[in-house]
Ligand binder design. Structure first.
Ligand SMILES: [Zn+2]
Length: 173
């Protein structure tokens, strides 16, 4: 069984598709981004920032409705925006850059489907960010798709119509 590797900043289990090298440390994508954006912070402070960010995005994702149907029961759509798409293509090219071996990182059973789950969350977060920045509070008519490209890449995409919904007020008697 392959040895598990953990982010040297936040200790999350490293995802082979989302591992970076920062000054000799193997770190996760979130920490890598936060590390580069905040060079003045210590690793400890970057870790708190990343954990805060993960909490925020989990809350937002959990409260945001994305549905495949064009309506949301009990809600009234008061505004529509143009359809939006989010997609991500992930590959294994970074592995050679960090000098890691594919079998080392990929040897785990189920890693592939776990990865798909993570990619899905990433794309969900991205489309939610896009919708929220438009002013929407839900997405209707959503459609997801993923496909394998070649032997080592996956494309995952989600398309939907951002809307503003309000709770339906029952007509007065
Ligand atoms: Zn990390």
């Amino acid at each position: 069984m392959a040895k598990s590797k953990y982010c040297e900043i936040c200790n999350v289990l490293l995802d082979p598709y989302d591992t970076y090298e920062y000054k000799g440390m193997l770190v996760c994508g979130d920490c890598f981004k936060a590390r580069n954006e905040n060079p003045e912070l210590s690793n400890e402070e970057v870790k708190s920032k990343v954990i805060e960010y993960r909490k925020d995005s989990t809350n937002r994702t959990n409260n945001f409705l994305i549905v495949t149907v064009p309506h949301i029961e009990g809600k009234k759509i008061v505004k529509y925006y143009n359809m939006i798409t989010s997609e991500v293509i992930i590959g294994t090219g970074f592995l050679s850059e960090v000098g890691a071996s594919i079998s080392d990182l990929f040897g785990l059973t189920g890693a592939y489907s776990e990865k798909l789950e993570q990619v899905k969350n990433e794309v969900y977060n991205d489309i939610i960010n896009k919708a929220v920045s438009l002013g929407a509070n839900a997405i209707v008519s959503a459609d997801t798709e993923y496909m394998k490209i070649g032997t080592d890449m996956i494309l995952f995409s989600i398309t939907g119509t951002p809307v503003v919904v309000e709770n339906k007020v029952s007509p007065e008697a």
